[in-house]
Write a protein that binds this ligand. Structure first.
Ligand SMILES: [Zn+2]
Length: 90
């Protein structure tokens, strides 16, 4: 091994995950912080995890609720119009 070109090796480097999991590995860094690990990654947990940074899910739910409300109003208007027409014919 050539001297003075290799970084310090930490055989007991501590890894901290955002989910709270910690484990030990070998690394040139003494401590590592990660956002996702084998304990919380959806591939290993089998659970769907939505990473919604832009609020797209919220926006979609708002749009869907607004569309449903509009649809209900239109249905009510149509029913009122038809009952009025039936009353006029009778
Ligand atoms: Zn994790």
């Amino acid at each position: 091994m050539k001297e003075k070109i290799h970084p310090t090796w930490h055989p007991q480097a501590k890894v901290h995950c955002a989910c709270g999991n910690t484990f030990v590995t070998g690394s040139t860094l003494a401590e590592i912080s990660v956002e996702i690990c084998a304990a919380c990654h959806p591939l290993f947990t089998g659970q769907q995890k939505l990473v919604d940074t832009a609020g797209r899910v919220d926006k979609f739910n708002q749009r869907a609720a607004a569309a449903e409300k509009k649809q209900a109003e239109a249905t009510a208007r149509r029913a009122a119009r038809e009952s009025k027409k039936a009353a006029a014919q009778a």
